[in-house]
Design a protein around this ligand. Sequence first.
Ligand code: DGT
Ligand code: CA
Ligand code: CA
Length: 595
Amino acid sequence: MRQSRTGAGDKPAPDHTNLPPHDRDNKEIAELFDEAADLLALHNENPFRIRAYRNAARSLRDLDQPLSSLTSDPTYKLTDIPGIGKDLAGKITEILSTGEFKLLYKLRRQIPTGTRDLLLVPGIGPKKARQLERVLGIHSLEGLRAATEAHQLAGVKGFGAKTEANILTSLTQAEAASGRMLLDEASDLANRLTSYLAPTTGNNKFEVAGSYRRSRETVGDLDLVADCDDAAALMDRLQNFDTAATVLGRGATKMSLRLASGRQVDLRVVPRESFGAALLYFTGSKSHNIELRKMAQNLGLKLNEYGLFEGDIARAGRTEEDVYRTLGLTWIPPELREGHGEIELAATGRLPQLVETQDIRGDLHVHTDATDGRHSMLEMIEAAQRHHYEYLAITDHSQRVTVAKGLDEFQLQEQWSNINKIQGSFPDIRILKGVELDILEDGALDMPKETLKEADWVIAAIHYGLKQSPQVITKRLIKAIQSGLVHAIAHPTGRLIGKRPAYDFEWTEVCKAAVDYGCALEINGQPSRLDLNEQALSRAMNYPVHFVVSSDAHSMNELNFMKFAVYQARRGGLAAPNILNTRDLRLLKSKATTS
Ligand code: DGT
Ligand code: CA
Ligand code: CA
């Protein structure tokens, strides 16, 4: 067993035997260091730096004394641990004292989830993941499957036919485990479950927690948390939600169910006084929970799904607010609970005032049956009125998008004169004459300038030539922005979740042009797009650029997709003033160069 140093002079080594076992710390910090090493390697960082994190992780796992007790000895030096130099000792102190690890948050923000998912496949480490990304442009498990099935892997350096075959086998497993719901499916299921269970949950507390409550862009399973006098009755009812469901497990307070659709639902029933702590725990994320638990430990408290305890005495637990307050934090909105530095912001009162769905005054991206929408313009306007919007932009496709029956200038002008005619019948909502304008492969606009000058609202988008180089895409976007005729760029990265990676471009150049020309960037609420997503937002927010949130509705019902755009904006930390369509119509256009 490793001994604490007795230090200089007469000071005896402290007796750790009475301390609670904190040996979780060693393992958890080792895990964080391993993750940091993986992400640094994905970044192609200095190999020595990567190896330092890996060695340190191994050292911490081998250590047979809890770090927290070692550090409470003032004579002990972390640098005495093999493989821990000054820099890493500082990181350990940071994690132990603040519960945070800033470098890791930064790395997590910088690397898209899809790329990180590749590391879940056995046989693929950071080096291979980078190779796949560089040579074949693979950014997701889906992309990896397509390339593997097309036998493209065998030709890549470091991969042979055998590796390819192995990857194909392990992929199936990885995908089966990671079959995830898009937000509309998760939201429908959550709503159906909530109303189905309402007769049993009655006046008690009930909430859908997990990644769903955090509005992550995809959801693995639904986690229900209830406080209920009769747990068995609630479970019986849940079991009958879907008669073809399989019960994966059932105990006195928890149950897991696989629905006929293959989706999993977990239920946890807790006493009333624990509801807040349980909701907090099952909302996650895991990294957020780990940081909170560390904070609690630093205050001499213990946090779990039953409450925040001092010895055996509960200090908080009934509500989330109570728990956060007792830890010295303001309540943190679920969308921010990803372990990206939100706890520090909450501790210092610097959390942003996140935008809310009620702040949104109009939808600026909507299609009709003139192109690929399902409902007529009148139907879309009436539906928008039910959302109490003050304005609505009709933005059908321009001609280049032939698959969507895109409009030419004459058809567009006809639609606009139609808007002029009917506006009088809708005194409460202003209909904006708009278009979703294609940015052609050479950056030219898919509509004559003269026509565009008459538009109230032009959103421009790239639908073709998505595989062009980042330099070419950058030029296209900038050329469109510099035309001075474009109010916003729609779905700016073009990604489709699980189907198509984002195209890349020079963010600095595009964002600077957007700022200079008063062109906003869209956060698109289509569940398969959610574009910009939180990683993209954190890049774009380095510039004083404006955003719009849109539904991109292709039917009346899809106007509801606005909420998904708002959730992603919240995940990106956006406040109402960052978003143009929280504004009054007169203040809507941020354009500096045209009017
Ligand atoms: P998902 O379902 O994959 O989209 O993601 P989550 O975040 O809903 O994860 P899930 O369903 O596995 O667990 C729900 C929450 O429970 C999770 O966000 C945090 C909490 N939790 C689960 N496992 C652990 C754990 O090992 N440690 C800690 N601290 N929290 C956990
Ligand atoms: Ca979940
Ligand atoms: Ca779960």
